[in-house]
Write a protein that binds this ligand. Structure first.
Ligand SMILES: [Zn+2]
Length: 272
């Protein structure tokens, strides 16, 4: 008898904890004024920015104001000795916390954690999207699109959106998926990066929503469902004993570029 039959999530009396603090800015550390060079991989170039809010180090991932607002850059140079005209420079507005601790398991194109504190959605989201402080969001629920995860043909989605979603899945654009109890989140990399949320109860998906605000089910949602299905099968096959009502998967690419990239020490152990 399987203790936690994956795909038939039990309802837990304890609701998922949503009070994880946003660990975006290293606000507690004394800022140290600097002019930094920030490299933007999507543009293949770097530019100089003024910083008076953080103590920036080479390798830090940051968001800036100006034309490249919303794109993640990496600090490649820090200068403390400078004299600049302030109006010539845009500023660094956020530093991302990419420190993670815990055990990670390989599962196909992604790595998995069964520890709620290792790569929580609220933290990982800042690796994909600049923090938005003053935006206000409202959402509504369309509860008519419910379908079993193991039969996506029951999902109400256009052929075109499903085809493109399948391409996204094959291109490994589903960066992150988390299931905490019955609540699910995903991040899909597209022209922008999109957040997806859903419920997953007794093998059934409901209340699926994507931040692209398309009417009807979208390609991002379909890609996320395909990835979730694949990852659950791999977890079920290989790590059933580890699963305790929570897991998060992150693509190997993001894991390598964001987490491993910064580590100068730490232990990796591989096993079957
Ligand atoms: Zn979407």
């Amino acid at each position: 008898m399987k203790k936690y039959p994956i795909g038939f999530n039990i309802r837990t009396s304890k609701e998922p904890e949503n009070n994880t603090p946003m660990e975006v800015c290293k606000g507690v550390i004394e800022p140290k004024k600097s002019v930094v060079q920030v490299y933007f991989p999507h543009r293949g170039m770097g530019w100089a920015y003024y910083n008076d809010s953080f103590d920036l180090k080479v390798g830090d991932f940051v968001y800036v104001e100006g034309k490249l607002e919303g794109y993640r850059g990496q600090v490649t140079e820090v200068n403390y000795s400078f004299k600049i005209k302030l109006s010539d420079y845009k500023k660094v507005i956020a530093v991302i916390d990419t420190n993670v601790k815990g055990d990670f398991y390989l599962a196909g194109s992604h790595v998995v954690s069964f520890d709620r504190n290792a790569i929580p959605f609220s933290k990982v989201l800042t690796w994909f999207k600049a923090p938005q402080n003053d935006e206000e969001y409202v959402s509504g629920n369309d509860d008519t699109n419910r379908f079993p995860l193991d039969d996506l043909s029951k999902m109400k989605i256009s052929h075109d959106a499903a085809d493109r979603g399948h391409d996204y899945y094959i291109e490994n654009r589903v960066g992150f998926v988390e299931i905490d109890g019955t609540r699910g989140h995903a991040i899909v990399e597209g022209s922008e990066n999109y957040e997806i949320e859903f419920d997953y109860i007794d093998g059934e998906i409901s209340n699926l929503k994507c931040s692209c605000f398309c009417s009807g089910a979208c390609k991002h949602e379909f890609a996320a469902m395909l990835q979730l299905k694949e990852s659950l099968e791999l977890i079920n096959e290989n790590y059933e004993d580890e699963y305790n009502g929570y897991f998060a998967i992150i693509s190997k690419g993001v894991f390598m570029n964001t987490v491993m990239n910064r580590k100068v020490s730490g232990k990796i152990s591989l096993g079957i």
